[in-house]
Ligand binder design. Structure first.
Ligand code: GLU
Length: 218
């Protein structure tokens, strides 16, 4: 179980995400990535250190006021670029980061492959991404409601954070068995799997309880 960071702000959150991931490095990890919403949703992820990710962003750094980041400690699948988080939905409309283990990912994966979903990674996490997509497709529910429903079908542990290119003002997160903290700033919000990435921005924090979900609107 490794690190999650997230932010909704009025200014560019990419430095917040990168510094947040650096503050989570003490936990150990094998890969790192961020998803940034700026009109469109962009994902940057790779095996290796957060510093290397930051360097590869330095050519043309993305900018956005909504985003999530992750340091991965592989439990399912090799430590490589494809298995690094965030994971994108098939249509590229939303990105998800996950700490923990989806124990019934095999059954979910098989069912969704039969329905035509193509898996790009070996992770348990990607099964949850496509499950959310499938729930949304079948029910016509909003993304937040689809996440809520999909999580009722999941066995295992998770802290997740999700952003969507379709809604540049909304950060969604949920937890079960994996910690998540919401930091409440002045017109901005921060998410962390522990306090390390958010403590420099705000001392007002909300510790999510197991089974809770948050939908943060700008
Ligand atoms: N089970 C997920 C994976 O292997 C998440 C691992 C983590 O908590 O970093 O990708």
């Amino acid at each position: 179980m490794c690190g999650i960071v997230g932010a909704v702000s009025t200014s560019n959150i990419v430095p917040v995400l990168v510094q947040g991931l650096q503050r989570l490095e003490y936990r150990g990890y094998d890969s790192a990535g961020i998803a940034v919403v700026d009109g469109t949703l962009s994902v940057f992820k790779q095996q290796g250190k957060v510093g290397e990710l930051a360097q590869s962003l330095s050519g043309g750094p993305p900018a956005g006021t909504l985003g999530i980041g992750h340091t991965r400690w592989a439990t399912h699948g090799h430590p490589n670029d494809e298995n690094a988080h965030p994971h994108l939905s098939a249509d590229g409309s939303f990105a998800l980061v996950h700490n923990g283990i989806i124990e019934n990912y095999g059954a979910i994966r098989e069912r969704l492959i039969r329905k035509g979903y193509e898996f790009r990674s070996q992770t348990d996490t990607e099964a949850l991404v496509h499950l959310i997509d499938d729930v949304r497709d079948v029910t016509g529910l909003t993304l937040a409601e689809s996440i809520r429903l999909a999580l009722t079908q999941v066995v295992g542990t998770y802290g997740i954070a999700v952003v969507s290119g379709d809604n540049p003002d909304r950060l969604i997160a949920a937890r079960k068995g994996s910690p998540l903290i919401l930091g409440v700033g002045d017109g901005e919000y921060f998410l962390g799997s522990d306090a390390a990435p958010i403590i420099e921005y705000t001392r007002q924090v909300v510790y999510l309880n197991d089974g809770e979900m948050i939908v943060v609107d700008r």
